[in-house]
Design a protein around this ligand. Structure first.
Ligand SMILES: NC(=O)c1ccc[n+]([C@@H]2O[C@H](COP(=O)([O-])OP(=O)(O)OC[C@H]3O[C@@H](n4cnc5c(N)ncnc54)[C@H](OP(=O)(O)O)[C@@H]3O)[C@@H](O)[C@H]2O)c1
Length: 314
């Protein structure tokens, strides 16, 4: 039995979709089984006897974590540790999801798993605490560090860009932070393969899509690929800005590209380029929107002779 914790989050929803068609029994929980409550976790485990536990739950609001570090630590640190203790007690293997924000971003080549960590902000500190507590409580752990996640459910950069690019004439996007956009499907697929493989050695692994860019480069590619699929109108000017000019003052790593050689060797896989993953994600959105568009078109031709106007505010 696979127990997916955080099954209604952005990654959790994608993983649940793969588990649904994966052929192995699984069970999901989210906020109703609070990971900061060890008794609730023990009770859930006793009822479902998992042999794998995947923790996709977390406190993920990076800016808010600066003001609520104790709460973020209770979930990302203590909560992860509670799950690890339950996994060890019931003999389950545990997959913990961590982040590129454990690094300070001063690197100049892709980070290796064993490079020293030095989080810049509260979110990174709490995730680093989670890694340490998982390691201490559950020897049979696999920690997957990922970065710049986007997917079909939940707040994420791609969804925000699509919305803003349809509404605005100009957008300012940070151009001095480098990393790798990562589709939730890529990470969920690696989790599925890790479970199916069964023999991946305990430790830390980096999992993102391949390649690197800046948030500004990511935004430009979203605009190009989304406009090509008719998801947004063209015309929004996407301007580069420095982090120091951006409203959020939460420190973020300037460079957080992760080396994926270890996971690719362990699972004998090749990860996709981030542009290819983005294209597949936008194809899914376009396929989902198509029935709406057909419906709107029919409605419009029935209701009015006026063509629809694209309203964009400057
Ligand atoms: N998003 C990124 O860009 C990114 C980058 C690097 C690493 N990661 C890591 O990837 C993992 C998945 O991230 P995500 O973006 O999919 O997260 P997400 O969408 O925020 O989902 C997290 C889920 O955990 C639930 N949760 C929060 N506190 C809980 C608690 N005390 N007990 C049980 N469930 C709780 C949340 O419920 P509520 O919504 O009700 O709070 C939510 O359903 C996390 O470990 C995150 O740190 C994410």
């Amino acid at each position: 039995m696979i127990w997916l914790i955080g099954c209604r989050g952005m990654l959790g929803t994608e993983l649940a979709r793969l588990l649904e068609s994966g052929g192995r029994p699984w069970v999901g929980s989210d906020i109703e089984c609070d990971i900061t409550d060890p008794a609730a976790l023990r009770d859930f485990a006793a009822r479902h006897t998992p042999d794998w536990i995947v923790n996709a739950s977390a406190y993920t609001n990076v800016d808010k974590a600066e003001r609520e570090e104790a709460r973020a630590l209770a979930i990302n640190g203590g909560g992860a540790g509670n799950i690890a203790a339950v996994a060890a007690a019931c003999g389950a293997r545990m997959i913990q999801i961590s982040t590129d924000y454990v690094f300070d971003g001063r690197g100049t080549r892709p980070y290796l798993e064993d490079d020293p960590i030095a989080p810049l902000g509260a979110y990174g500190r709490t995730k680093a605490a989670g890694e340490a507590l998982v390691r201490a409580a559950c020897p049979d752990h696999v920690i997957l560090r990922t970065a710049w996640l986007y997917g079909r459910n939940g707040k994420n950069f791609v969804a925000t860009m699509l919305k803003l690019m349809a509404e605005r004439m100009t957008l300012d996007v940070v151009s001095d932070q480098r990393g790798t956009p990562t589709w939730t499907h890529t990470l969920a697929d690696v989790i599925m393969r890790t479970i199916a493989h069964g023999g991946v050695r305990p430790g830390v692994y980096h999992v993102t899509d391949e390649g690197e860019t800046t948030w500004h480069g990511f935004a430009l590619e979203i605009q190009r690929a989304a406009a090509a699929r008719g998801l947004i109108p063209g015309g929004c000017a996407v301007r580069p800005v420095l982090s120091s000019q951006y409203p959020s003052k939460t420190p973020r790593p300037a460079y957080s590209v992760l080396s994926k050689a270890r996971i690719q060797a362990a699972l004998n896989i090749r990860l996709s380029d981030w542009r290819a993953s983005l294209a597949a994600h936008l194809d899914e959105i376009a396929a989902e929107r198509r029935p709406d568009l057909t419906e709107q078109k029919t409605q419009r031709s029935e209701d009015s002779h006026e063509p629809a106007k694209n309203v964009r505010r400057p």
